[in-house]
Write a protein that binds this ligand. Structure first.
Ligand code: ATP
Ligand code: MG
Length: 435
């Protein structure tokens, strides 16, 4: 079967020569611009015994020689939505530097407090973002332009952007943000307004499809590992000590699994992808009881979205963005473990740590800072080339263009048959199944 090109929306012909000085013709290195004929295949493992499947070909991200926008006449805006994630300010900074310094874009604005800042009824005017405004923001966590949850009408947002003379919008956020961005892109198409909407995928949980690693994930795992080590120290210091750490991961357990592997001190790692039981011969309480009898301490890591079926279903509240608010599995586990051992007249000392907010607000570590810079620059290149309705993806160490629809129609999960989870089973020695 022949490979299939993943089409990305284009605003029109690319009639302007790129003003990028960094990529001036150099006889020694002539191919500094990405050619429109260059693609990255999704599948790189070829099994000669299997029938060949049609591969997907993603456009290679990067600077184009001819671009759609006349930079000097173009205004750009940046918005950050959803929860905090290490690296947001790095992305903002690299976008501003690339657009203003390298392309010579006329003006860059920071939209305040997520999509709310695109509805004039809320009354938060945009922030001017020039080189001096962003010079040292990568040293701090959070987002200097603010964030929020809660939707806005795409028609209202588009009218506001048109009034500001903005032709390109960078949406830094998770799946919710990119779904909102896709609606705005569709509205601009409908009205025939040439707006480039380019998403930079943000999720500390690392759960966006076609993005092998999202920024913030590495920083989160770094800190989570340290917290696990502290929980281990606490657990070992007392009789029947249980260090219980709840980590981020609503739908996917990448942080819990990654930090478990990195720490090497975890005995049980519970993630949303795998059902577990508390009761029963193979349930967590019985397994923990046997371990405490042998070792007198244990460390448990639980992702926030794990064990939701164990929690009462009556607390299905939603937040302003419509995300289901999860019951707190960490507090529930603490209560159940304590009650179980007390009922048997046994000493139990559960030390519960939930570091979520202490992780999300961190500044990006070195690897994440590099990733943020690459994502932001490629987002700027894509917008200048007139691409819209896409996010910058990351496959096989290459940045690619992924249509927003494709990136948001599902979530990346920890595969229970994959190398990451097999590694967790090996390092913890926990049962492969609880049921
Ligand atoms: P996080 O990983 O922190 O959840 P997110 O981008 O998914 O990041 P959300 O709060 O879910 O964060 O969504 C961000 C913004 O996108 C919010 O303003 C939300 O209302 C809006 N949004 C979410 N889903 C949609 C949708 N289907 N259509 C339009 N807007 C949406
Ligand atoms: Mg979300």
């Amino acid at each position: 079967m022949t490979p299939r090109i993943v089409a990305v929306d284009r605003l029109g012909d690319t009639v302007h020569p790129s003003p990028l000085k960094l990529h001036e013709a150099d006889p020694e290195h002539p191919n500094v611009f990405v050619k429109e004929s260059q693609f990255i295949p999704l599948q790189i493992t070829v099994d000669l015994e299997q029938e060949r499947e049609g591969n997907l070909l993603f456009e290679k991200a990067g600077p184009r020689e001819s671009i759609f926008f006349d930079a000097a006449q173009t205004r750009a805006a940046i918005v950050t939505c959803g929860g905090l994630c290490p690296g947001l300010n790095n992305v903002i900074r690299s976008l501003v530097l690339s657009l203003r310094c390298h392309y010579g874009v006329q003006r860059v604005m920071g939209i305040r407090y997520g999509y709310h800042g695109l509805n004039p009824a809320h009354g938060y005017p945009p922030m001017e973002l020039d080189v001096d405004d962003v010079s040292d923001i990568h040293e701090i966590g959070g987002t200097i332009i603010g964030t929020s949850r809660g939707p806005e009408d795409p028609a209202v947002m588009l009218e506001y952007l048109r009034n500001l003379g903005v032709q390109m919008l960078f949406t830094i956020g998770g799946d919710g943000t990119q779904r909102g961005a896709l609606k705005l892109h569709a509205e601009a198409r409908k009205q025939g307004y040439p707006l480039a909407v380019v998403g930079v995928p943000k999720t500390v949980d690392n759960d966006i499809q076609y993005v092998s690693r999202t920024f913030g994930y590495g920083t989160a795992v770094d800190r989570a590992r340290g917290i696990i080590d502290i929980a281990h120290t606490e657990a070992r210091a007392v009789l029947n000590g249980v260090g219980l750490v709840r980590l981020m991961g609503r739908d996917s357990g990448f942080i819990a699994a990654g930090a478990t592997l990195a720490s090497g001190e975890v005995n049980y790692c519970l993630i949303p992808e795998q059902e577990f039981a508390l009761e029963g011969e193979r349930g967590l309480l019985a397994v923990l009881e046997q371990r405490l009898a042998r070792k007198r301490h244990a460390v448990i890591v639980v992702a926030e979205g794990a064990g939701q079926s164990i929690l009462a279903q009556d607390s299905l509240e939603v937040d302003a963005s419509g995300n289901v608010k999860f019951g707190d599995i960490g507090i529930h586990l603490k209560g159940r473990i304590t009650a179980h051992f007390k009922a048997q007249g046994q000493t139990i000392n559960v030390r519960y740590i939930d570091p979520s907010y202490a992780i999300r607000g961190l500044a990006a570590n070195t690897d994440d800072a590099v990733l943020c810079d690459m994502l932001a620059r490629n987002a700027a290149h894509a917008a200048m080339a007139g691409r819209s309705g896409l996010i910058i993806g990351y496959v096989h160490n290459r940045m690619v263009h992924v249509p927003m629809e494709m990136a948001t129609n599902g979530r990346k999960k920890v595969g229970l048959e994959g190398a990451l989870w097999k590694g967790v089973l090996a390092v913890t020695g926990q049962p492969a199944s609880w049921l």
